[in-house]
Design a protein around this ligand. Structure first.
Ligand code: XIL
Length: 303
């Protein structure tokens, strides 16, 4: 195969990119998107601040643009992200516990029903754990007001809203099986599976750089999550660096996924370097002129 999407499909996986609605009018961007990728994740357009800027008042225009583009070309869609402490409009943090619970459930239900049957996987809860060695829940407004139970409540609400979507827990710095944060997420997923809380997948964001490189045990981490009975997806892959070093790191990350049958897809967090959220770096597969980088060829060969 001579594209990422076709090569991944031959291995039974999707290969996706984070997409920004305001780039869909750029012909080079769309050409590469349509040629190379079989899945999209709206980079910002489905987040709470974009979709419900004031309580009960929803706006779906930019998200619809991406959904329509993807559906018209047979690409699958990852919904991102329903419950997250970041890019959260100010009104949410001002609510009482009772109001926050109903606002959270209404937000989940409204978004999932909007695209019911059209979203392959939803990131139901994003980044709910602290960094560092504590393994604690992040001290978000959801955690403060609703306590530990908010995560499973979000998943139960999500299952009822669109039973056809796979429901994922998504986070970063959970790529190293030995890290406290990884163990904490692992324990939560194991507990959910034991108690019948509906969860189908774990998303490993996989934002790698010199401080946080592709861990040597990445494949083992993926396999451990998969052994709990969930799919695993690499959901926001980008790797700082350049040249053959970056290419090798990308190859290792892709191979880790391919080695685990329940690792069902890989999404890179952007298409050309100059549109990466890592504004100063070059962490993606295409350069600023949409040329294929060494990392691109390494991924294509690995697939
Ligand atoms: C980033 C986007 O790429 C930026 O455009 C935005 O300004 C901030 O959010 N973890 C996530 C993603 O789950 O939603 C984040 O995306 C990157 C980190």
């Amino acid at each position: 195969a001579d594209t990422l999407g076709a090569a991944a499909a031959a291995r039974g996986r999707y290969f996706g990119a984070a997409v920004a609605a305001n780039r869909l009018g750029e012909s080079q961007y769309v050409t590469v998107l349509n040629r190379e990728f079989t899945s999209v994740t709206p980079e910002n357009e489905m987040k709470w601040d974009a979709t419900e800027p004031s309580r009960g008042s929803f706006s779906f225009g930019n998200a619809d643009r991406i959904v329509n583009h993807a559906r018209g070309r047979g690409m699958s869609i990852r919904g991102h992200a329903l419950v997250w402490h970041s890019q959260l409009p100010g009104w949410v943090s001002g609510l009482s516990a009772t109001d926050l619970r109903s606002a959270m459930n209404n937000h989940i239900t409204t978004l999932m029903r909007r695209w019911q049957g059209q979203i392959h996987s939803w990131d139901v809860v994003n980044e709910a754990f602290e960094d560092g060695s504590s393994g604690a829940r992040r001290n978000s407004v959801f955690q403060q007001r609703l306590g530990n139970g908010y995560i499973e409540e979000a998943f139960r609400t999500a299952r009822a809203a669109d039973p056809s979507a796979k429901l994922c827990y998504n986070d970063y710095n959970i790529e190293d099986a030995n890290a406290a944060k990884t163990r904490a997420v692992y324990n939560m997923v194991r507990d959910f599976k034991q108690r019948g809380v509906p969860i189908d997948c774990v998303g490993l964001q996989s934002h790698f750089n010199a401080q946080s490189p592709v861990p040597a045990n990445f494949q083992q981490t993926i396999a451990q999550f998969a052994a709990l009975g969930v799919d695993v997806q690499i959901t926001e892959l980008d790797i700082e660096g350049s040249g053959q070093t970056q290419a090798t790191n990308y190859r290792n990350a892709v191979n880790a996924c391919l080695a685990v049958s329940r690792c069902t897809g890989i999404t890179v967090w952007g298409i050309p370097d100059h549109y990466s959220w890592r504004a100063s770096g070059t962490p993606l597969l295409f350069d600023g002129s949409y040329n294929k980088k060494p990392a691109y060829y390494a991924v294509l060969e690995a697939l």
